[in-house]
Design a protein around this ligand. Structure first.
Ligand code: SF4
Length: 169
């Protein structure tokens, strides 16, 4: 017999082995913790991007260590380096080939604004050709800064209305 002092409240969220949640929460939880970056390494910032995958910084802690060199298998483009006008169409083409939903991190001063290159050859910010979700400052930004940018992107994805897009896309 259950004592009247035993706390046995009915929890509608947990019944047996079934957990009830919101669709958005589950979809965003999966997306947040399994981002597969497309490493768009165009100049020196790419070395710091590589550093973020090493044991010291370990981007795997955020579920983003699976760098894919095929756009069809990537959902997070990390533009690391100077975008020249010569490379710009290729960057845009690769972005177009990535599957949706997809996000973009502009890593470093060059990718964000053209950096110190106010020259005829340099695109003054990759956001002129692709939509950027997070800008990471620095020349170059350290791997910690990139990881901070990644966490900010994860926070953004975590709060997106995911399910609506899923069924209307
Ligand atoms: S921001 Fe600095 S480190 Fe990064 S690509 Fe430009 S010049 Fe190189």
């Amino acid at each position: 017999m259950v004592s009247s002092r035993t706390e046995l409240g009915y929890d509608s969220k947990i019944e047996g082995e079934v957990i009830v949640s919101r669709r958005d929460a589950i979809i965003n939880w999966v997306r947040t913790n399994s981002m597969w970056p497309m490493p768009m390494g165009l100049a020196c910032c790419a070395i710091e991007l590589m550093g973020s995958g090493g044991a010291r910084f370990d981007i795997a802690r955020f579920g983003a260590e699976v760098m894919r060199f095929s756009p069809r298998q990537a959902d997070c483009m990390i533009v690391a380096g100077t975008v020249t006008y010569k490379m710009a169409p290729q960057v845009r083409r690769i972005y177009d080939q990535m599957s949706s939903p997809k996000w973009v991190i502009a890593m470093g001063a060059c990718a964000s604004t053209g950096g110190m290159y106010r020259s005829y050859a340099t695109l003054q910010g990759v956001d002129r050709i692709v939509p950027v979700d997070v800008y990471v400052s620095g020349c170059p930004p350290r791997p910690e800064a990139l990881l901070d940018g990644l966490m900010r992107l994860q926070d953004k994805v975590r709060h997106e209305p995911a399910a609506g897009k899923l069924f209307t896309a």
